[in-house]
Design a protein around this ligand. Structure first.
Ligand SMILES: *Cc1c(COP(=O)(O)O)cnc(C)c1O
Length: 472
């Protein structure tokens, strides 16, 4: 893109008097805006012709990177292929042009979609029922914890005000517990990266409302002690909460309900394929085992718990249902095994040049702790920036917090062996560069519209407004 021609900001392209729009004839008559509601000066809006506006935004959109542009191995975020049919179906007028307040008998098909998805998720998760109301994973966590509180309260068990969360958990887990008014108790991980059962045993008592777990956990490891953990937790009267944000590895392999979990959420926008970069849109349905259904929020039926207006994020619900139906029972069972195979293939192909702190089989993702050769001084940040030069999105970096140079890689089941081999080749090349041309990495990226930014400066002195050049 030629920045001189098209400009970084639409304001820089403004010329007084130009315009690129025409308004339809006014059919409603004139209306005088009351003086006290009018602005004193005209709004400083850019004045541009239509072609300039089109080129400006089209060229900027080309700077975006998404799964449709290239490989996007962002651990714990599940950036997978989003089939075009997922956009076509919600684009159908019968789905697109509805309103949440229109009479129920005119949207029966849409309600069928919701009922169908609830049934499919229940079957996939091995649980009794789901609510589709929450708008995100974190919102699902909060809803699930509210369900758990309601369960304890219904039994007059009021002193259960604490939630146990592993130190490897996604940050939203303790945050949701805090928002729900619960106290967080951290359980340690063992040296091989799973929940320390002995530490957990010592924490369980009659003040514990729930244990929140992610399985496979944030290191991509299968928590092999779940049956024992579930037994201990249930014996103490608490419930098992499952963070199913990234359910990929489980599809076709096993079900949280069968493992002893009572309440869970799923991120439809991750596991069931909705583009969600940049913070949305999302949907975090919450499922429960038999006997807890009455504690779910449900705006369709009578419920004293309401977490959202109407039925939830219908567009995402529809995409997830489309995705599930287009794979069908026959193919959905390949998702888990393929996501696991792809992750293990990358891990095994790179573990001689990147430090693998926890060896062994992973599930859908795994964590490296920077380069194996620490003598070069090259950091995970340098590697991540250099990947951009080669046209790859960087993995999740500096998370989880268990390792200083964490680099969390999740290829998903969608990628072909050729794509994955290309990524492996580039990662190996970067490891070579770290030895031979370290400056190249320290100053990367070189091929992107914006080079290396000063993270500290950006955090301490963020420039978040633009002073129009026209006013200078
Ligand atoms: C993404 C994620 C969440 C939070 O989901 P949001 O939709 O971003 O709120 C929670 N837990 C895990 C493990 C996640 O990966």
């Amino acid at each position: 893109m030629n920045n001189k021609l098209y400009g970084n900001l639409i304001f820089e392209l403004s010329h007084p008097g130009r315009k690129g729009y025409s308004l339809p004839d006014n059919k409603f008559g004139d209306y005088e805006v009351p003086a006290e509601m009018r602005r004193e000066n005209d709004a400083q809006l850019p004045e541009c012709d239509e072609m300039t506006v089109v080129r400006h935004y089209t060229n900027h959109s080309g700077n975006n990177f998404g799964v449709d542009n290239g490989f996007y191995p962002l651990g714990s975020c599940t950036m997978k292929y989003n089939p075009a049919i997922n956009e076509e179906i919600p684009g159908m007028a019968d789905f697109r042009d509805i309103h949440p307040l229109q009479p129920v008998d005119t949207v029966k098909g849409c309600l069928d979609v919701c009922a169908g998805l609830r049934k499919a998720l229940s079957e996939i998760a091995g649980l009794a029922d789901f609510t589709l109301n929450p708008f995100a994973g974190a919102h699902g966590e909060l809803t699930g914890l509210m369900v758990i509180r309601r369960y304890h309260e219904s039994r007059g068990d009021e002193k259960r005000t604490k939630v146990i969360v592993p130190n490897s958990a996604h940050g939203t887990n303790p945050a949701s517990a805090a928002v729900c008014g619960l106290e967080i108790v951290e359980v340690k991980s063992t040296a091989d990266g799973v929940v320390d059962v002995d530490d957990l045993r010592g924490l369980l008592d009659d003040t514990i409302a729930a244990v929140m777990m992610t399985n496979p956990n944030t290191l991509g490891l299968f928590e092999r002690n779940i049956p024992e953990i579930a037994k201990l937790v249930h014996e103490c009267g608490a419930l098992m909460y499952y963070d199913g944000a990234n359910l990929n590895p489980m599809l076709g392999a096993c079900r949280p309900g069968d493992m002893g979990f009572d309440v869970m959420h799923i991120n439809l926008h991750k596991t069931f394929s909705t583009p969600h970069g940049g913070g949305g849109p999302g949907s975090g349905p919450v499922g429960v085992r038999k006997g807890l259904e009455q504690f779910l929020p449900d705006n369709e039926h009578d419920s004293t718990l309401s977490v959202s207006p109407y039925h939830g994020n219908f567009g995402v619900i529809l995409k997830a249902y489309t995705y599930i139906l287009s794979l069908g029972k026959e193919y959905i069972k390949y998702v888990g095994p393929l996501a696991t195979l792809n992750a293990n293939y990358i891990k095994e192909s790179l573990k001689d040049v990147y430090e693998l702190p926890i060896a062994g089989l992973c599930k859908h993702e795994f964590v490296f702790n920077g380069l194996a050769d620490k003598s070069t001084g090259i950091t995970t940040m340098d590697v991540a920036k250099r990947l951009l030069d080669y046209g790859y999105h960087a993995p999740t970096i500096y998370f989880p917090l268990l390792f200083h140079e964490a680099m969390m890689i999740e290829p998903t089941e969608s990628e072909s062996k050729v794509t994955i081999d290309g990524f492996i080749e580039v990662m190996r090349k970067i490891a070579e560069e770290a030895k031979n041309e370290p400056e190249l990495l320290r100053s990367a990226p070189h091929n992107t519209p914006i080079g290396r930014v000063d993270d500290v400066l950006a955090a301490k002195h963020p420039v978040v407004t633009y002073k129009s050049m026209l006013n200078d």
